[in-house]
Design a protein around this ligand. Structure first.
Ligand SMILES: *Cc1c(COP(=O)(O)O)cnc(C)c1O
Length: 388
C-alpha cells in the first residue's frame, strides 16, 4: 500500500467554524448582512488599517483596487514575475500595460535595486508606472519602506499583493496596515493562511479609495441619496454611477473568515514551527531556503526550497520523485512573463533571468497547520534520500 498523499497546503476547518457557517445558513440573510461588516472591522483591527473591503476573491479585490486608484488604459502596472498570474492580470483588466521587475534571488521578492534602476530608465523614456504591485511571496513582506520611498520619488501608487501574508509584519507594522502603500490585498482561498472558501479582502487608510471599492464591488451602485446625481424618484431609488461588478462576499463566506481569524496567531506560530523543523532537519542537504529579512516576520504561507543546480532536468527529477512518493510538491511559480498569454504580449525567455533561474530550482514542500509530524518526517526522509 502506498503512503497517503500529502498536499502542499490545506485549510483547517474546526467544529466552531462549521457551527458559525450553519448559523448563517439558518438565518434570514445569507448573502448581504451584518457579518461582512463585522469581518471587515475585525480584519482592520488586526492589521491596523482604517478600512477593509471584503470581496469574493483576491483577484476581484486586486481588480477594483487598480480601478479605485484610477489605473487607465495605456498606463503601466509593474509587478514581479514570481507570483500568481492574478497580480499581473488586474492591470490588463484595466487596459493597462503590464511590465515586470526582476527578483532578488535570496528572498525571491521583487528586487528594490532592479526597481530603482528600471524607474530611472522609465523616467528618461517617459514610461513610468502608475501602479506597482509588490508581492509578499511565501508570506514574507517585500522591502516596503524602500518601495514607499521610491513611490514618493517617482510618483506611483502601491497595491501590496499580500495574498500569502496575513499575520506577517514589516518593521513591526502588520502587513495590511498600509503604512507603506495605498492598498493591501489578502486572499482567503483555502490554501492561504486563513480561509473563507473563496474570498479576498482589501485594506486601506484612505476613505475615498475604500468607498470607491465598495461601489465597484457592487455594480457601481450608490445608495446614499445625498450623493445622487439626479433627484431621487422616490425612497426606493438607487443610482449606478460607475461601471462596477458583482464582487461581493457573502455572509456565509464572511462567517467562516471571521471565525478563522480567531486562530490566525495559532496558524502563524504553527507554520513558524514547521519551517524551523524543516530547517533543522534538511539544511545539511544541498538546498537553500528563501531568506527572510531581519525586519520582517513571515507568515510562512509556503515552504519553498531551492536546489543548488542550474539543470532543469535535475529539478524535474527531484520534483517527479517527490510526487511519486505522494508528496504534493508544487512550484511557486513559473514566471508570469513566460505564460503563453504574456508571451503574446511580447515577453520572452531571458527577459527576467533571475526569476527564470529561481523557477528552475524552486520546490514548495508541504506546510499547513494540521500536517502531522509523521508526514513532515516522510517529506524529510524522501528528500534526504533523493539529494544525498
Ligand atoms: C492566491 C493568490 C491570488 C489570488 O487569490 P484568489 O483569492 O484565489 O483570487 C493572487 N495573488 C497571489 C500571489 C496569490 O497567491
Amino acid at each position: 500500500m502506498s503512503n497517503p498523499f500529502i498536499p502542499y497546503g490545506r485549510q483547517d476547518i474546526n467544529k466552531d467554524d462549521i457551527k458559525q457557517v450553519v448559523k448563517i445558513l439558518k438565518s434570514d440573510y445569507i448573502t448581504q448582512g451584518p457579518i461582512i461588516e463585522k469581518f471587515e472591522k475585525a480584519i482592520s483591527k488586526i492589521v491596523k488599517s482604517r478600512h477593509s473591503v471584503a470581496c469574493n476573491s483576491a483577484t476581484s479585490a486586486l481588480h477594483i483596487a487598480c480601478m479605485a486608484l484610477g489605473l487607465k488604459e495605456g498606463e503601466r502596472l509593474w509587478t514581479t514575475p514570481i507570483t500568481f498570474v492574478a497580480s499581473a492580470n488586474c492591470g490588463l483588466y484595466c487596459g493597462a500595460v503590464v511590465d515586470f521587475v526582476d527578483i532578488d534571488p535570496d528572498t525571491g521578492l521583487l528586487c528594490c535595486k532592479e526597481l530603482e534602476k528600471k524607474l530611472k530608465e522609465a523616467k528618461s523614456s517617459g514610461t513610468l508606472p502608475r501602479v506597482l504591485v509588490p508581492v509578499h511571496l511565501a508570506g514574507t513582506s517585500c522591502d516596503m519602506p524602500k518601495i514607499y520611498e521610491l513611490s514618493k520619488q517617482y510618483g506611483f501608487s502601491i497595491i501590496e499583493d499580500a495574498s500569502h501574508a496575513i499575520g506577517g509584519d514589516c518593521n513591526n507594522y502588520p502587513v495590511g496596515s498600509c503604512k507603506y502603500s495605498d492598498i493591501t490585498v489578502f486572499s482567503l482561498h483555502p490554501v492561504k493562511i486563513i480561509t473563507s472558501a473563496e474570498g479576498g479582502i482589501a485594506t486601506t487608510n484612505n476613505f475615498d479609495i475604500a468607498n470607491k471599492m465598495k461601489y465597484l464591488r457592487s455594480h457601481g451602485i450608490v445608495k446614499d441619496k445625498n450623493l445622487f446625481i439626479n433627484k431621487p424618484e422616490g425612497s426606493w431609488s438607487y443610482e449606478q454611477q460607475y461601471l462596477g461588478y458583482n464582487y461581493r462576499m457573502s455572509e456565509v463566506h464572511a462567517a467562516l473568515g471571521l471565525n478563522q481569524l480567531k486562530r490566525l496567531e495559532t496558524f502563524i506560530n504553527k507554520r513558524n514551527q514547521i519551517i524551523k523543523y524543516y530547517k533543522d532537519n534538511i539544511s545539511h542537504l544541498p538546498l537553500k531556503f528563501l531568506c527572510v529579512p531581519k525586519n520582517v516576520r513571515s507568515s510562512y504561507h509556503l515552504a519553498i526550497i531551492r536546489l543548488n543546480n542550474k539543470d532543469s532536468d535535475f529539478h524535474s527529477y527531484i520534483f517527479d520523485n517527490l510526487r511519486k512518493e505522494n508528496i504534493g510538491v508544487q512550484v511557486h511559480y513559473t514566471p508570469v512573463h513566460l505564460q503563453p498569454y504574456y508571451k503574446n504580449e511580447g515577453y520572452s525567455q531571458g527577459d527576467f533571468p533571475k526569476s527564470e533561474e529561481y523557477s528552475r530550482n524552486a520546490i514548495t514542500l508541504p506546510i499547513f497547520p494540521t500536517i502531522s509530524k509523521e508526514s513532515i518526517n516522510r517529506v524529510i526522509s524522501v528528500l534526504g534520500n533523493l539529494l544525498k
